[in-house]
Design a protein around this ligand. Structure first.
Ligand SMILES: *Cc1c(COP(=O)(O)O)cnc(C)c1O
Length: 376
């Protein structure tokens, strides 16, 4: 909790639930990526938090943008950023959206199969494409599974096809998995990328871009390595695999850029038990999976929670949201320790919620309005 957020909550008393984002924290995160990965261009993953104030500040600081849709591209352009600073990083795009992005001036596209390359070649002739490869996601608390990317052998064919179809085969990308707590996770993917660079070189195509993706973590309940540590390990891996022929690299931080910049103010709606002899309580908040805390799915992300009664005796509870969907339970398998004195109406602060909250909140499930954001 920053002093600015504390002051804002005290003086403004915003209605609950809401997210408060401190731009000073986002700026510090951006500067840390700049400092510790000085040779990599930052492409902020817009989906993590597309608040106009966040995008504008990052744009002014010189950030580029990783966008997944035409709307995200428009939001990035609205900050005054040139289209050259935007990458259409989604591997799954409608051809009409590729054409629209092309018309807006975007010239860098992600692909992971020949079928997508064919779409880009038709809708954005002569554009630059990079091919995403699969990673195993080991060590990530929010792994991205097998949905995106292809095996390295296929990437060579995808990039060769791009070249044949008149596109610029630019390079390789990967994403090690979100909330990656192992700073060495980039090493093997960088090694795979080097083999693809070599194979393409044998075919007479020189790749010049390596997209290192996102995955940089934010601190929830457990410490995570520093940005400096990630920078050191990634630069060592680049040197190990590419020697003195390191290509242009880009990073696409989302969570690591905004996660720790935000706090959700929430309120206890109900504390109850299901039978008189139950050992534990159910605590219902005015926010849950459908109000913005979707990353509690499978209890993947475990947020730090603060109350004014911290220090009182604690007991485990099931923590649930306010909607009429039985899936709207955040922590049940691993119950959450909260003060036994917690009462209806108490304020509850959920930390580390600057990323992947507002964008995940439903527009009106049960009539609850989307998560309101205050950017300070
Ligand atoms: C979501 C996403 C990111 C950001 O991931 P984080 O783990 O939040 O840093 C980066 N690149 C791509 C292509 C993404 O889809």
């Amino acid at each position: 909790m920053t002093n600015r957020i504390r002051d804002f909550l005290r003086t403004r008393q915003p209605a609950s639930p809401c997210l408060v984002v401190d731009l000073d924290v986002v700026r510090a995160n951006f500067n840390a990526f700049r400092a510790f990965l000085p040779d990599s261009d930052v492409f902020y993953a817009v989906k993590a938090n597309p608040a106009p104030e966040v995008l504008s500040m990052l744009s002014a600081l010189g950030s580029n943008f990783d966008c997944a849709s035409v709307r995200e591209i428009e939001m990035a352009l609205d900050t005054g950023a040139d289209a050259e600073r935007i990458s259409f990083g989604n591997t799954i795009k409608k051809e009409a959206d590729i054409a629209r992005a092309h018309a807006l001036g975007v010239s860098l596209f992600a692909v992971d199969c020949v079928e997508e390359v064919e779409k880009v070649a038709r809708a954005a002739p002569a554009a630059r494409v990079f091919c995403r490869i699969l990673t195993d996601g080991k060590g990530a608390e929010w792994p991205l599974s097998r949905k995106f990317g292809c095996v390295p052998e296929m990437a060579v064919r995808v990039l060769a096809t791009a070249h044949e179809l008149g596109l610029r085969a630019a390079g390789v990308s990967f994403h090690v998995g979100s909330q990656m707590t192992d700073a060495d996770a980039w090493d093997s993917a960088i090694g795979e990328a080097k083999r693809i660079f070599d194979a393409m070189s044998e075919e007479g195509v020189q790749l010049d871009l390596l997209n290192l993706g996102g995955g940089f973590p934010t601190r929830y309940l457990r410490d995570v390595p520093s940005t400096e540590e990630y920078g050191n390990r990634i630069m060592a891996a680049l040197r190990r695999h590419f020697g003195n022929m390191i290509p242009r690299t880009i990073i696409e931080p989302g969570r690591g850029m905004v996660g720790n910049s935000g706090i959700i103010r929430s309120e206890v709606v109900l504390v109850s038990k299901k039978s008189d002899d139950d050992a534990f309580r159910w605590v219902f908040l005015d926010i849950g999976k459908f109000g913005g805390l979707a990353e509690t799915m499978d209890e993947a992300i475990r947020y730090p929670i603060r109350t004014a009664r911290d220090g009182d005796d604690i007991g485990e509870c099931v923590l649930a949201g306010p909607t009429c969907d039985s899936a709207d339970v955040m922590y049940e398998r691993n119950m959450y320790p909260l003060p036994l004195s917690l009462r209806v109406g108490d304020e509850v602060l959920i930390e580390g919620t600057g990323a992947y909250t507002t964008t995940y909140s439903a527009v009106a499930f049960n009539g609850f309005e989307p998560l309101r954001t205050y950017v300070i």
